[in-house]
Design a protein around this ligand. Structure first.
Ligand code: ADP
Length: 205
């Protein structure tokens, strides 16, 4: 039997305001590092679409631009991170976004004997993200991309999510990347910043 090539695990978080391009970058980074991208927003949206029990509970919060309660979110992430494809690393997009979720993620990782390798903050000016989300709302019709809901999501981000960036900063895990520019350019900024921290090169390299 051919031995499976050993590869260091990468456990990454992507944090940034709504509209910073997290989803786009998450998909690219997941491919680059050969790890699954796990987006709590995508998981919630697919539950809403399929009208599951979780989706029915989450929908009103999402439509209002509020965080879904931690009691619903934490279990979902705990289950997802226990799946076999996440054992060798993962990229979490949109979680944690509250201090409680930070504690929960620490506990989940500890129970697997793991810890985070880096937290990438995609930095983007609020006026730029509002404009991007306005366009996305017109193109894709996402129910939480209307002007007033976008402004509320930014407030929720400032109040509940921005403070957790300092927690990761204090742990020496934070990598700040400018999110304004071409998609390729931003990906390149992230992968070079991570390679400076000793992150693996792509599996195909
Ligand atoms: P964005 O970052 O643009 O707000 P997401 O797809 O990450 O988009 O999230 C969309 C919505 O899904 C959020 O406004 C929130 O209602 C819900 N959501 C996603 N992740 C979480 C989370 N970790 N905790 C609570 N609610 C969440």
């Amino acid at each position: 039997m051919t031995p499976v090539q050993e590869r260091p695990a990468s456990r990454l978080l992507l944090i940034g305001p709504p509209g910073a391009g997290k989803g786009t970058q998450a998909a690219r980074l997941a491919e680059y590092y050969g790890i699954p991208a796990i987006s709590t927003g995508d998981i919630f949206r697919s539950n809403v679409k399929n009208e599951t029990e979780l989706g029915l509970k989450a929908k009103a919060y999402m439509d209002a631009g509020d965080n879904v309660p931690d009691s619903l979110t934490n279990d979902l992430v705990r289950d997802r991170l226990s799946e076999v494809d996440a054992a060798g690393g993962f990229l979490l997009d949109g979680y944690p976004r509250t201090a409680d979720q930070v504690r929960e993620l620490d506990a989940i990782l500890l129970s697997h004997g793991h810890s985070l390798d880096a937290v990438v903050e995609i930095v983007a000016d609020p006026e730029v993200v509002i404009e991007r989300l306005r366009l996305r709302g017109q193109e894709q019709g996402r129910s939480d991309d209307s002007d007033s809901v976008v402004r509320h999501r930014l407030e929720v981000y400032r109040e509940q999510t921005e403070p957790i960036i300092d927690i990761y900063g204090a742990r020496g895990l934070l990598v700040e990347v400018n999110g304004i520019g071409e998609i390729d350019e931003v990906t390149e900024r992230i992968t070079s910043a991570l390679s400076e921290r000793g992150f693996p090169q792509p599996m195909s390299a």
